[in-house]
Structure formats: structure tokens, C-alpha cells
Write a protein that binds this ligand. Sequence first.
Ligand code: NAI
Length: 281
Amino acid sequence: MNTVKVISRIPNCSMREYYENKVALVTGAASGIGLALCEALLAMNAKVVVMADLNREKLSGEWDRLHSEYPGRVFPVQADVTRQKDVEEMIRKGAECGDGRLDLLFNNAGLGLAKAFDETTDADWDFAFRINFYGALHAIRAVLPIMRAQGGGHIANTASGIGFIPMAYQSMYSATKAALIGLTGSLRYELWDENIRFSAIIPGTVATPIWQGNVPKDAITPAESAHGILKGVAANERIVIITDADRAGARDIYLPEAASAIDELLLDIARRRRSGNIGAL
Ligand code: NAI
């Protein structure tokens, strides 16, 4: 019988210890989950938190607030992750804020991209991959030399439950997030022996502006999501899943016994969305 060898996790390291004195960069940091990650990292004594976001106004407002609470430990970088040059510059500036170090990279920026497939163009698909996939890929490329030089690091890529439970009217979102899960899983083992860790994040259904005012009633708060994310990353989990609903989905999606129930659920969502409720869950 084949046995699975258990590979070592980070031994005896509490969540707080994992983040203490670390230099972290978070994309999509001016809102929602990204902002909550920055707040939690600062509260856990990260040495430096670099907040990267496209939205200059929101970034500057949130940075102001956090800077007055944690002076000298938080820095804003305006960057559009769909532009490779911006991403490279973001990583360069981030490492500069950390005196050459970048221990943790949270590729969190992303968009919901809900649209009927018939209405999507190649330009839409190109943009979808640039925001939800290539942004992370380019950031990983740019940060690897820094992490290698310092002897390690941790990269957490925010995917979605929809990356493994694809939903109708979100074909671009489903495809880009599935691709991100694949990239993360592959690199996790390619770079494990260089002490560069990779985790895919499934943050739960979270009450943020991504829902454009239609927040589902079972949504958790950004702070709850961020806490779960940081706990899972500190434990070096391969896929950090925050909610029971996403955990059940991850368990059942490829299970033959659950196939009919999953079909029923996803078909119901498709039909409700077709009847006008595109954000329906
Ligand atoms: P949010 O809308 O609250 O925040 C997203 C942030 O990303 C905004 O500050 C926005 O300015 C920034 N951003 C957008 N385009 C950008 C670009 N091109 N370059 C740099 N920054 C850009 O969204 P939320 O909910 O906090 O989402 C964060 C991540 O979590 C996303 O990747 C999303 O797909 C994922 N996610 C969210 C879920 C939820 O229920 N809120 C569920 C599953 C995944």
C-alpha cells in the first residue's frame, strides 16, 4: 500500500510570531479583504506593510488612517496590477520600503467579472486574465529574486471558491481563479526546497464592495476573512479555506456521489442569474 509521507509544517510557530518583524506587500489594499489584511498584519507587529492599489484616492485615505496609528510602518504604492511595468515597480518600491526585504506577498487584487458568456469579447477575456491571473504571475516573477536572495518568503494568491465550483455568468472569473489555483499549487512544490512558500486563498463570501451593494446574507466580515487567511498562511496551508461552505464545496465538487446535488445547485444559480439576478448565490 502506498503511504503518504507527511511533510513538515512550520514547527512551534504561533500566528503572531510568523508575522512579527516581517515585511509584507498586499495588492488591492485600499478596500475589503486587502485592507483588512493590512490592518491585521500591522496589529500582529509586521515590521512594514506596503499597501498597493489602483485607486489612488482610496489608497491615500486608508494609508493616512493606518499611518497615524502605525507611523513609519505602512507605505502606499499606487499600481495597476494589469500592467506588468507597474507590477515590477510595485515590487521594487515595496522592497525599498522594507530595506531590501519582502517576506510576504499577498496577491489579493481582483475583480468579480460577472457577464453572460455570449456578451464577452476577446478583449474582456484578455483583461480578465490580466487582472485576476497575470497580475499575480508578474508579481511572483518580480519578487522571486528578492525572496531567493533573502533565503525565503511566502506568496499567498487570493483565488475563490468559484475557482473550483465554477458558476454560470462568471465564466471569466471561474477560469481566471481556477488558473490561479493551478499556478499556486504547481509553484508550491517547485519552490518548496528554496523555502519559498505558496498558498492559495479561498477567502469565503465576504462583505466587501466587490458585491456592488448585493452582499449575500451569509457573508463574513473582511476582518474575519483576514484573520482566517493569516492563520492558514502562518500554518503553511496549501489551500487556505476560511468558511465551512467553501470547505464543503471543495470536498464535494469532484465526488461522484455528490454530482447530482452539485448539478442541481449550480443549475439553480444559473437559472436565477439568467432571470436577472446576476449576483445571485
Ligand atoms: P474589493 O472590491 O473590496 O477590493 C478590491 C481592491 O482591488 C480595490 O481596492 C480596488 O481598487 C483594487 N483593484 C482593482 N483593480 C485593480 C488593479 N488593476 N490594480 C490594483 N488594484 C486593483 O474586493 P474584495 O472582495 O476585497 O476582493 C479581494 C480579492 O478577494 C479579489 O481577488 C476577489 O476576487 C477575492 N474574493 C472575494 C470574495 C468576496 O466575497 N468578497 C470571494 C472570493 C474571492
